[in-house]
Design a protein. Structure first.
Length: 519
């Protein structure tokens, strides 16, 4: 765990502790079971309340490991995990790592094509699932479904195989916002790589009484490696609560039932809480990531939670590399935060050299949370790197030591010679009382190259109208600048979102281009 020390000292003195032998099953389960077998590892609220100890979790994982080996699973094989938040989801990943195999997180709400493409691309022959998942897997030839609840699992222990930091452990598919999903292959060091960022984004997670929860599904890196596995590794109880969709009412109920003190809430969830006027007392830390919140949301967070929301930044390929930490430094509105100890971030110019101007956000090789490669995609892997730097595909700029996110490279709008990031405009529109959520893109324009177009979802009870559109335009023009205000505003019932709650701007851009062609 990180010691409490000034930020500059933490960065200067930090060194990755990556032993020659490293296996995540030991980090999150075996070690805890050996140190404190009766300590609560997971609080499962899926069907009543069940507190699962480290010893019980290890027993479940050991039995499942035996069942996987009996089906022929061996070191290096890929095994899917098609389970929602719950103890068996955690036990499945741990069991797979114990064997030295590679786990593949799969989302229960995937449709057939999405599930098939991932399982087939990975070459998985076994998927750990539940009764509901059997039907989804039935059409996949050569793929066997293993349902732990329906198995008679051996009660004997399973000796975790010896692996190293670079040995493959988990294959996580990207959300596909910038193309078809690619499998980011990570080694056993990936958890160690997440820990510093998780700790500081929760103001030094691991304090007495801490209890961690997220509504984000454990099939995504944000749920699996920002919450579940770090919590288990740090000895912080993790709450599992299966919900098909997020509601403010469920959020409040879960926090009360489990005495949650530390929460990771995606920006979409925060906006829903804000729209509902929700106030939550008693939590110690709230972290958020995925897209910038902006000053208005941070101000609301102080009123709603009585604390400062810590933003963090990363991606499936290399996560938890920058973060705010109210316990270490004052957040700067509009900025993500500062580099997490152990991660070297730069903003690169067009020639690949670090710059103080706007450029490409990149992470230096050596970050422990950096992927090994894209699965079976050597060309895509090569394209992801420029020398010693991994390109994130995001645009950013340094602001007195803080990283300011401008937008995805593909999202930056070029209008009348100006380069405009959509995030700042979205943040501004979110300060208007009529707006529930918004997505901003560039629409092709013969005169300006592109114009700024905003797609707005209004709050319940608000009537969308031409007058409101004009009001929103002036709202941005008066608060930001004349060259960035949205020249067109359209009202939608809902925005296209990834399952992780990010606006799919490429769909909005396609819509804007279609409007142009039909116009």
């Amino acid at each position: 765990m990180l010691e409490r020390a000034p930020y500059d000292r933490l960065v200067e003195e930090f060194r990755w502790d990556l032993p020659a032998r490293l296996n995540m099953a030991a980090q999150v389960c075996d070690d805890g079971a050996a140190r404190a077998p009766d300590r609560v590892a997971i609080i499962d609220l899926s069907g009543g309340r069940q507190e699962v100890s480290y010893a019980a979790l290890r027993s479940m994982a050991d039995g499942l490991a035996h069942a996987l080996v009996a089906r022929g699973v061996a070191r290096g094989d890929r095994v899917g995990v098609l389970r929602s938040q719950g103890v068996w989801c955690a036990a499945a990943h741990i069991a797979i790592w114990k064997i030295g195999a590679i786990s593949i997180p799969l989302f229960k709400l995937f449709k057939q094509d999405a599930l098939t493409s991932r399982v087939m691309d990975a070459g998985a022959q076994v998927v750990v699932t539940d009764a509901d998942g059997i039907g989804l897997l039935a059409t996949l030839d050569g793929v066997e479904a293993l349902v732990p609840e329906a198995e008679t699992l051996p009660q004997s222990g399973f000796e975790t195989v010896q692996t190293g930091p670079e040995d493959p452990a988990v294959l996580i598919y990207t959300s596909g916002t910038t193309g078809s999903p690619k499998g980011a292959l990570h080694g056993h060091r990936v958890l160690t790589g997440h820990l510093p960022g998780v700790e500081i984004s929760h103001d030094f997670l691991g304090q007495p009484g801490d209890c961690l929860w997220t509504p984000a599904d454990w099939a995504w890196i944000g749920g699996l490696f920002d919450v579940l596995m770090p919590g288990l590794a740090l000895g912080v109880p993790v709450v599992a609560a299966r919900k098909e969709k997020f509601t403010p009412e469920d959020c409040v109920s879960i926090i009360r039932q489990a005495s949650v003190k530390n929460i990771f809430l995606p920006p979409t969830a925060l906006r829903m809480l804000k729209a509902a006027g929700t106030r939550i007392e008693g939590v110690r830390s709230v972290a958020s990531g995925g897209e910038p919140l902006g000053a208005e949301m941070l101000d609301w967070g102080r009123q709603a939670f009585g604390l400062t929301i810590n933003e963090f930044y990363g991606q499936t390929e290399c996560n938890m590399v920058a973060s705010s930490c109210a316990a270490l430094f004052t957040p700067r509105p509009g900025c993500i935060g500062k580099p997490v100890p152990g991660h070297d971030i730069a903003v690169l110019d067009d020639l690949g050299a670090p710059t103080s101007e706007e450029g490409d956000v990149a992470i230096r090789r050596g970050s422990a949370s950096m992927m090994l490669e894209y699965w079976n995609r050597p060309e895509a892997t090569a394209d992801k790197f420029r020398g010693d730097w991994m390109l994130t595909g995001d645009r950013g700029i340094w602001d007195e030591g803080y990283l300011r996110f401008v937008g995805r490279e593909d999202d930056v709008i070029t209008s009348a010679g100006y380069r405009i990031g959509p995030a700042e405009i979205e943040d501004c529109l979110m300060t208007h009382d009529a707006v529930a959520t918004v997505g901003v893109v560039g629409k092709p324009d013969a005169l300006r190259t592109q114009i700024v177009k905003a797609y707005v979802v209004v709050r319940d009870g608000v009537v969308a109208s031409d007058a409101l559109a004009e009001e929103l335009k002036h709202h941005v023009r008066d608060r930001l600048a004349a060259h960035v205000y949205p020249r067109e505003i359209a009202f939608l019932d809902a925005l296209p979102m990834t399952v992780t709650g990010k606006v799919i701007r490429k769909k909005l851009k396609a819509r804007a281009e279609a409007e142009m062609s039909h116009g």
